[in-house]
Design a protein around this ligand. Structure first.
Ligand code: PEP
Ligand code: MG
Length: 633
């Protein structure tokens, strides 16, 4: 939950790490009591939003802006020459990328969308751009990365005070080109490090970043990242979801930490309480290491229940599904004992692809995901781009209000050929002679009945196209993600058009509470355990049951034990979550009966404030499944 507990001073924490959650406070209460940072001291306690539970201790690995690590040391002559070579290779690869992405976007989306990559090519080949980077490598003996960093800083300063939208866009384009170049430089650096047996290898790293973007996650690949700290982002932001899906403790919204941390500093990430400690004293460190071991031991013990069925103490069967962003997550879902995939976020396929995945590539990917999914059962969601997930060739990056604007299904409708290609790829992967058993197709951000009808028409069109082309495909159930308050209010009408519903509580909560899910400043409002949210969830779940339509919840709260108790009380029997949490929820269910959950829900629905509900639910969880409280919420 976003609401935080009292910031425990590190010295006290050192004596007795808080294994059992203290009564939680709202963010405002916590802020009023927060201790000031001890300036100049080695020990720094910073508070953020606890976004992925558990405790991690390790060495800081900083990502400053878009670059990996820090490269400030001057090079010698030989190294500078090698760096020049690396830069030229990165330039060539970037040029190839841009050509290929231009062609694919032209084919799939048209001239207007593709033209952006011509502009990027022009920037890449701009003689002044190249001359500057090369001269800083050769004359100033800077690494290629440092030179690019310097160039970006120079352009950013140059455009800092402009109000001219055109110039602002040019800066965004320059940044995009530099990101591509930096990505290729990092690839060769990672390879060199791997060849030499990478410095720091084997040591756990705590990733400290301003923001975590998908390309970083892609590049980080095999690094031993055991904790994540970011300056921005909330509980349901990209970084948080990625951390949770890998079971990595994480704290977001730790403002101003990056300038205060050096690579190699010792960092403690307390993802239960939302605390981050930098270079703590020996006593504190020892206490946190102990707590880390306890969390890991509990996780390991719980993972042993992977082959047991998910049933409540009174024998009610529950479906525990995995949220995935790719094939590796589907395997993790199977390893953790999920019974299927409840949400495949296909946008990661697009976000991490060097250009645009075409129908064939998408088809191959869905076939692989189906093969890896537990019981070959999978719900595939169409592209959910926009909001905090941006790709250069689609959507509008200049929107003032991206979460409320042109995102998800709204974008897909505007690009019919592109949309149809994705639908065809899913239908083909669902062909009965293939590996699929239970494939469902789900559409994000559905707001109106008209949209649902339009979706059905698109699916029929895709089916007709496949029939005409004599390509085998399967018919699949069509569902909607319930994420917009308007859809919650008119759920009974939408159900007439949908085969199933999956509640996307991450978005539903932010829209209901008018509080950006990524903005730590409003995280106390973006709170699922609030009276309004619980009323709406109860209404939606009961309406789906009355209409005999399957309903799942696939937002992050599906894995929060306190929320699970209430959802179970509402009658929900299908939960989809990051694979790492499947054993945790299985354990909770063993101690929970429907009668008890319903009684708790009845009390909670009469409560007037979020703080009251959170405190009550913490107490209830401590009573129902005390050992789970060590993980936090
Ligand atoms: C949600 O909104 O709850 C959801 C699962 O979708 P996403 O987090 O990808 O927006
Ligand atoms: Mg969503």
């Amino acid at each position: 939950m976003a609401a935080k507990r009292k910031a425990t001073p590190p010295r006290e924490t050192a004596k007795k790490p808080v294994a059992k959650p203290a009564p939680r406070q709202t963010k405002d209460e916590a802020a009023a009591q927060r201790k000031p940072e001890r300036s100049g001291a080695k020990l720094v306690l910073r508070d953020g939003v606890a976004v992925s539970p558990g405790v991690a201790v390790g060495k800081a690995y900083c990502i400053r802006d878009i670059f990996l690590g820090d490269e400030t040391r001057p090079l010698d002559d030989v190294a500078a020459l090698h760096e020049l070579y690396r830069y030229d290779v990165a330039r060539e690869k970037t040029a190839l990328d841009l050509k290929s992405v231009y062609k694919k976007v032209l084919d799939q989306l048209g001239e207007q969308q593709a033209s952006i990559f011509l502009a990027h090519e022009a920037i890449l080949h701009d003689p002044a751009f190249t001359a500057k980077v090369r001269s800083w490598i050769v004359d100033s003996k800077q690494s290629a990365q440092a030179a690019l960093q310097r160039l970006l800083a120079e352009y950013t300063d140059l455009f800092a005070y402009t109000t001219d939208e055109f110039l602002k866009e040019r800066l965004a384009d320059i940044r995009d080109v530099i990101i591509r170049l930096a990505g290729h430089l990092a690839e060769t650096a990672e390879k060199a490090a791997a060849d030499e047996g990478a410095a720091g290898e084997g040591e756990p790293n705590i990733l400290v970043a301003g923001e975590l973007v998908p390309s970083h996650v892609f590049m980080l690949g095999d690094r031993d990242i055991t904790g994540i700290v970011t300056e921005t982002g909330g509980r349901t932001s990209h970084a948080a979801i990625l951390a949770r899906s890998r079971g990595i403790p994480a704290v977001s919204g730790v403002e101003g930490i990056l300038p205060r941390v050096q690579n190699g500093d010792v960092i403690v990430v307390d993802g239960r309480e939302g605390h981050v400690l930098v270079n703590p004293d020996y006593e504190t460190l020892t206490a946190y290491r102990k707590l880390q071991r306890e969390c890991v031991n509990l996780r390991d013990r719980l993972a042993e229940n992977r082959d047991q069925p998910a049933v409540s103490a009174d024998g009610q069967k529950v479906q525990l599904l995995a949220n995935i962003s790719g094939v590796a997550d589907a395997k993790a879902g199977a390893a953790m004992g999920a019974s299927g995939v409840g949400l495949y976020r296909t946008e990661y396929l697009f976000l991490t692809h060097p250009d645009v995945p075409d129908e064939e590539e998408q088809y191959q990917n869905y076939v692989e995901a189906i093969a890896a999914a537990p019981n070959r059962s999978i719900t595939i969601r169409t592209l959910d781009i926009g909001g905090d997930k941006k790709i250069a060739y689609i959507g509008d990056n200049r929107e003032a209000n991206p979460f409320m604007g042109w995102r998800s299904i709204r974008i897909s409708f505007e690009h019919p050929q592109f949309f149809l290609a994705q639908i065809r790829a899913v239908l083909r992967a669902a062909a009965p002679d293939g590996k699929a058993k239970d494939v469902r197709l789900m559409f994000p951000m559905v707001t109106t009945v008209e949209e649902m009808r339009k979706i059905r028409a698109f699916v029929h069109r895709a089916e007709r196209q496949l029939t005409e082309r004599k390509i085998p495909y399967g018919r699949v159930p069509i569902g909607l993600m319930l994420e917009v308050p308007a859809a919650a209010v008119s759920i009974d009408m939408l159900l007439e058009e949908a085969d199933f519903v999956s509640i996307g509580s991450n978005d539903l909560v932010q829209y209901l509470m008018a509080a950006d899910r990524d903005n730590p400043k409003v995280s106390s409002l973006c709170e699922p355990l609030s009276p309004a949210v619980l009323q709406v969830l109860t209404h939606v779940i009961r309406t789906c049951h009355a209409a005999c339509k399957p309903v799942t919840l696939c937002g992050e709260i599906a894995a929060v034990p306190q929320a699970c108790v209430l959802l179970f009380g509402m009658g929900l029997r299908s939960f989809s979550m990051s694979p790492a949490f499947v054993p945790v929820v299985k354990e909770l269910l063993k101690h929970l009966t429907a009668e008890r959950a319903e009684a708790i829900l009845k009390i909670v629905l009469r409560m007037r404030t979020t703080a009251q509900i959170i405190r009550f639910m913490d107490e209830q969880l401590a009573d129902i499944a005390p050992k789970l409280t060590i993980l936090g919420s």
